[in-house]
Design a protein around this ligand. Structure first.
Ligand code: SF4
Ligand code: SF4
Length: 167
């Protein structure tokens, strides 16, 4: 599936998502990097040992979920937009998901937007919690959204516009 469509299936995602036990401990990174390309800015961006040292520049990143504190620093450094941070403990019904977003217009905090799956199809409308567009993010802003727990593994992107309600 991944090789022919570029879209990871449930098995691919199970291989990169943190275990439920780790999700219960606070924010943590999810790295959906499946192609062996010469690239390692995720590793060099992390000051906490959350991404283990590469033996070879083409290695896929190996995550140490216990060392990752969910700081989000690595997200904007990934040229493949492959990284997000999930805070499963954000709310009893909602996960806080922080994703890279390189489209305009940027959403506003509090705005309702379309939550998209990995195929770009609408799953559910979600509310934007936070927009970060600092200089050090180098034109890859971070958007945090509140996603119902039933959907958090499906969502991967957002679409801004015509979604200013919860339906
Ligand atoms: S979220 Fe922070 S601690 Fe975790 S891997 Fe990324 S840079 Fe490291
Ligand atoms: S920076 Fe992104 S694309 Fe490059 S190795 Fe890390 S996760 Fe993969």
């Amino acid at each position: 599936m991944l090789k022919t469509t570029g879209v990871p299936n449930d098995q691919d995602l199970d291989g990169v998502f943190p275990p439920q036990e780790r999700l219960g401990k606070g924010p943590v990174v999810v790295v959906e990097c499946f192609e062996t390309i010469p690239c390692n800015p995720c590793y060099t961006a992390c000051h906490f040992g959350g991404i283990e040292a590469f033996k070879d520049i083409t290695d896929l990143p190996t995550i140490d979920f216990e060392k990752c504190n969910g700081c989000t620093l690595c997200i904007s450094n990934c040229p493949g937009l492959a990284i997000m941070v999930i805070d499963y403990q954000y709310h009893k019904d909602y996960v806080k998901m922080t994703i890279p977003y390189e489209f305009f217009p940027l959403p506003k905090e509090g705005e309702w937007v379309k939550g998209l799956d990995r195929r770009g199809e609408v799953v559910i409308n979600v509310q934007v919690i936070l927009v970060k567009n600092a200089k050090h993010q180098d034109k890859t802003p971070l958007i945090s959204i509140a996603v119902p727990k039933a959907h958090f593994k499906k969502l991967r992107n957002i679409e801004v516009g015509d979604s200013n309600d919860q339906s």
